[in-house]
Write a protein that binds this ligand. Structure first.
Ligand code: UDP
Length: 329
């Protein structure tokens, strides 16, 4: 296991799906970790197995609380800001909370990091590319945002604004900011509750319910294992020259959602059927989905020698194994 060049780290959103895996990976590298989570979408269950770890401190607090950050940020060498509203469904159902929490949390964290001159890694999203059509998406490509009347784009805009603010800190004061645009990240501990497709399909398959494919299922995505994504999150802030840049992290193995459903059925051995559900029915009227989304990984490779290692079937198997143990049926 490679050493980590920071001795102590603050992880906002540390009880979440990605945050809990990151925390585990940091602890395995002998790093001291303080995990901050308000449990809005994260869960103690994700970190229960780490509770007695001598190098872990857990704080139930929000990244929106300046007092907490004023106390915690200076006590650490690096901050990972992962706390965020997640999932398209949440964005559609709670648009005010989504926009406010995404932006205010980033603003609060960045201003504390700026005050105490602490490097910070911010997780952004491939949603920022909006409806861009030309794949693969390069970090410096023009983004194609949908109209403000469609709620989905609020998430993309909020994340884009976070990126702008982080980069502004870099440009004005050279605060070391690292920005990762995560593409569809999946793996153990991701829950179906926020609408993410893979845990949803696996749960449906394990329960013998129909797999709900939205639209005609020809839309394509690249699913990256959380283990690969965490490896990138660990590598990036150790590359000083990566500060002030946006870096894509994702897989380039494309699959249609219909094909994903078929693979899940095959790998679970389920007798479930596939049901096509119109977007309107799934997300309400006026929903925009993107047909393809593939990251260009040149920058990730050049900056930190990173490429994803896990293939889609292996990733699906990881999720099946996790959901089989988590939801006894
Ligand atoms: N999707 C689906 N069935 C589901 C959940 C999602 O067909 O039960 C589709 C969704 O419309 C999108 C893709 O799967 O085209 C990926 O959805 P997810 O919410 O996981 O991530 P997104 O790429 O939308 O951020």
């Amino acid at each position: 296991m490679s050493k980590f060049s920071y001795g102590s780290v603050l992880v906002t959103g540390g009880a979440g799906f990605i945050g809990s895996h990151l925390t585990e990976a940091l602890l395995a590298r002998d790093c001291r970790v303080t995990l901050l989570d308000d449990l809005s979408t994260g869960s103690w269950r994700n970190i229960a197995h780490l509770h007695d770890h001598k190098n872990l401190r857990v704080l139930k607090a929000s990244a929106l609380e300046p007092d907490v950050l004023d106390r915690e940020v200076p006590a650490h060498d690096l901050v990972y800001h992962l706390a965020s509203a997640v999932g398209v469904k949440l964005i559609i159902d709670q648009p005010v909370k989504t926009v406010e929490t995404i932006f205010r949390a980033a603003e609060t964290v960045l201003s504390a990091c700026s005050r105490y001159r602490r490097p910070v890694l911010l997780t952004s999203s491939s949603e920022v590319y909006g409806k861009l059509k030309e794949v693969p998406f390069r970090e410096d490509a023009d983004v194609v945002m949908g109209p403000t009347e469609k709620r989905r784009w609020a998430y993309a805009c909020a994340k884009a604004l976070d990126e702008f603010l982080a980069l502004a800190h870099f440009h004005e004061t050279r605060l070391p900011v690292f920005i990762v645009r995560l593409f569809n990240t999946v793996g153990p501990r991701q829950v179906s509750q926020y609408g993410m497709v893979l845990p949803n399909f696996v749960e449906q398959a394990l329960e013998g319910r129909p797999l709900t494919v939205y639209g005609d299922g020809t839309q394509q995505r690249c699913f990256c294992s959380v283990f690969d994504a965490v490896d990138a999150l660990i590598r990036l802030p150790q590359q000083a020259h990566a500060a002030g840049q946006v870096v894509n992290v994702g897989s380039q193995e494309e699959t249609s959602i219909l094909d994903l459903a078929k693979r899940v059925i095959k790998l679970t051995g389920s007798k479930s059927e596939i049901r096509l559900v119109p977007y309107e029915q799934a997300y309400g009227p006026g929903f925009d989905d993107m047909a393809r989304r593939v990251p260009d990984l040149t920058r990730a490779r050049d900056l930190m020698g990173w490429t994803p290692q896990r293939g889609l079937d292996e990733i699906i198997r990881d999720v099946i194994a996790d959901l089989r143990t988590r939801t006894p049926r």
